[in-house]
Ligand binder design. Structure first.
Ligand SMILES: NC(=O)c1ccc[n+]([C@@H]2O[C@H](COP(=O)([O-])OP(=O)(O)OC[C@H]3O[C@@H](n4cnc5c(N)ncnc54)[C@H](O)[C@@H]3O)[C@@H](O)[C@H]2O)c1
Length: 263
């Protein structure tokens, strides 16, 4: 029976993972921004804004006193951000980096000493395919998620000698409430991102099931879906094709832009 803390667990992938862990009898602490939220039977809820160092300290103290330790930390909370480089202002870059990068890093910093003292623990960071392949007009999200991949890889080798496992989960688009966190910095790109999320084939339950299998196997890079695997391997093995696809995408965005300005 594992002791698991999930950030951003009130919605989407976090909630789906919480249901799966709880259903098999693991002890789950669901955390999110709201003061309270419904959780699966047997799980508990704690408010945790991942950008607040104080909240993280409180979460660690609560976990220590109620569960006596932790086996798996899932840094799942995140926000969406799209947009062209000349449209997205500094504040939006700061918001994305603060939640998606620093939030996950603070979670790792907070729980690593506990894992080191235990001589065991599993850090799971939810990044995205955008952390591995980088389409145009998504620079803030891609840069943030690539940083989460880099954070995970660095910690993987740093913490292995302490008995700590690290995984990074990289899904393609799937249906959740993620689009509600998009800013209005670049409405055209936000609309495209919203359509990709809302129109995706996979839902959070499907992604959570594959992610959990990867986590259970102690895999480092967890690719959760076919389109992600195709994109990942195309970039690595068929680079000219990858370059052509993304160049075409860039041209399509410029065409949409021209249509937008001529309206
Ligand atoms: N949905 C997709 O298409 C997709 C694709 C790739 C990766 N992801 C990643 O999956 C993760 C989960 O996203 P989701 O799709 O389930 O979205 P979601 O919006 O349904 O859930 C995200 C949760 O994170 C919470 N959250 C946001 N900011 C927070 C903060 N500062 N502190 C604590 N909680 C916060 C939200 O309240 C929400 O409950 C994110 O990291 C996201 O970037 C999503």
């Amino acid at each position: 029976m594992a002791r698991v803390l999930i950030t951003g667990g009130a919605s989407g992938l976090g909630a789906a993972l919480a249901r799966l862990f709880a259903a098999r009898g693991d002890r789950v602490v669901v955390t999110d921004l709201a003061d309270d939220a419904p959780v699966p039977a047997g799980a508990s809820y704690l408010r945790l804004d991942i950008t607040s160092e104080q909240d993280w300290d409180r979460a660690r103290d609560t976990v220590r006193s109620t569960l006596g330790g932790l086996d798996i930390l899932i840094n799942n909370a995140g926000i969406a951000a799209g947009g062209r480089i000349d449209r997205v202002p500094a504040e939006e870059w700061a918001r994305v980096m603060s939640v998606n990068v620093l939030g996950a890093a603070t979670g790792c910093r907070t729980f690593t000493p506990m894992f080191q003292a235990q001589g065991s623990g599993h850090l799971v960071n939810v990044a995205s395919m955008a952390g591995l392949v980088h389409p145009p007009a998504m620079a803030p999200y891609s840069a943030a998620k690539a940083a989460v991949v880099a954070l995970s890889e660095s910690l993987r080798y740093e913490l292995a000698p302490h008995g700590i496992t690290v995984s990074v989960v990289c899904p393609s688009f799937f249906r959740t409430d993620l689009a509600s966190s998009l800013s209005d910095a670049d409405p055209l790109m936000s609309e495209i991102a919203r359509r990709l999320i809302d129109g995706a084939t996979a839902d959070a339950d499907a992604i959570a099931t594959t992610a959990l299998a990867g986590i259970d196997a102690g895999r480092f890079l967890v690719l959760t879906d076919r389109s992600g695997r195709v994109a990942f391997w195309t970039k690595r093995l068929l680079r000219p094709l990858y370059d052509r696809q993304l160049t075409t995408m860039g041209r399509r965005i410029t065409a949409a832009e021209n249509k937008e300005t001529s309206r």
